[in-house]
Design a protein around this ligand. Structure first.
Ligand code: ADE
Length: 329
């Protein structure tokens, strides 16, 4: 960088302090609240998180309340936010904090990193925001900022590029005065989210544009470079709606299931064709097709056909009749 690390960091922080969005988790340094926000923000947009964050904290205001709550209630407060493993791990982590740290949120990076659901990025973000510790939090936003700043065309999908960028980001934060550590990670995240966006970056409003090597070369639109994306796995399924007096036939997925353990589901089969035999094994006769859906999550793309079904005889052992009013959608 032609401008020094410290100088560009200063420009970035000055910009952040003037322009940071007023987000609810930025009004606190309570590590519990910061942690909840960072877990919710994993793979989820800021606007979607805000109402969940506020409701979650109102119901579970501290580690102890979260640790002792019934799991079903934690999941209910999470319903709609997606990636439910996060909610389960959040509670497992709260229990860990009660058992190992007497219910007080740990104040060192290693103990934070050991909490279920907390990876390097999240641990660095919490350690920085809540405790002012100097760990660089490197996510996709920050990698984009750095790749452009240095006109760095290396593949950010590769572990060694990430490792090297992690070290660069660490040098950057280490060049800052101690008092600035708490804001620094959020400032880089904010720049990546609002100015240095993936498409059409707003370079005119960028505090770092004078020293940005990608901009000088006209490369800002094509960086960062990432080699071919992970293949999407396409999954077809058929689902049956079997209704009896306002109740639906459903089963709870076993706890050792890798995807969505413990969740309730309608009778279903992974198949693009109507597999009448598969449903017949459950005593379900398929009727009319009443709908279809598509749903993409991480690298899986589901495409489902929905049929009316009738249960002949007794319900299968694993299944229960669940009243519509008990479903949280
Ligand atoms: N994404 C991850 N952490 C964030 C934060 N603290 N503020 C805004 N967006 C974020």
């Amino acid at each position: 960088m032609p401008v020094s690390l410290r100088q560009s960091g200063r420009l970035l922080l000055a910009w952040y302090r003037r322009n940071a969005r007023d987000l609810p988790w930025r009004r606190t340094r309570d590590p519990y609240a910061v942690w909840v926000s960072e877990i919710m923000l994993q793979q989820t947009r800021v606007e979607a998180v805000i109402p969940y964050y506020e409701r979650f904290l109102a119901r579970f205001p501290d580690v102890k309340e979260l640790a002792k709550a019934p799991e079903a209630e934690v999941l209910e407060r999470w319903a709609g936010l997606g990636y439910y493993r996060r909610a389960r791990q959040l509670q497992a982590a709260a229990k860990q904090i009660v058992e190992r740290h007497g219910g007080v949120f740990p104040a060192d990076y290693e103990s934070i990193r050991e909490l279920p659901g907390v990876g390097e990025y999240t641990a660095a973000a919490i350690a920085g925001i809540a405790f002012g510790l100097t760990y660089a939090a490197l996510d996709g936003n920050v990698m984009r900022v750095m790749a452009r700043l240095h006109n760095d065309g290396r593949d950010i999908g590769q572990a060694r590029t990430r490792k090297s960028m992690q070290a660069e980001a660490q040098r950057w934060i280490d060049a800052m005065p101690v008092a600035d550590f708490a804001d620094f990670n959020q400032a880089t995240i904010e720049l990546g989210a609002t100015i240095c966006t993936p498409r059409s970056p707003r370079c005119l409003g960028c505090p770092l544009s004078a020293g940005c090597l990608a901009r000088r070369e006209g490369n800002q639109g094509s960086l960062p470079y990432k080699s071919a994306r992970q293949r999407v796995e396409k999954l077809d399924m058929a689902v049956a709606i079997v209704e009896r007096r306002g109740r639906l036939l459903m089963r709870q997925r076993p706890d050792d299931e890798k995807l969505m353990p413990g969740f309730w589901e309608l009778p279903q089969y992974a198949s693009s064709r109507i597999d009448a035999h598969a449903f017949a094994a459950l005593g379900i006769e398929l009727g009319e097709r009443i709908g279809a859906f598509k749903h993409a999550i991480t690298f899986r793309a589901y495409s489902g056909q929905v049929y009316q079904g009738t249960l002949e005889g007794e319900r299968p052992d694993e299944y229960r009749w669940i009243h519509g009013s008990r479903l949280v959608l």
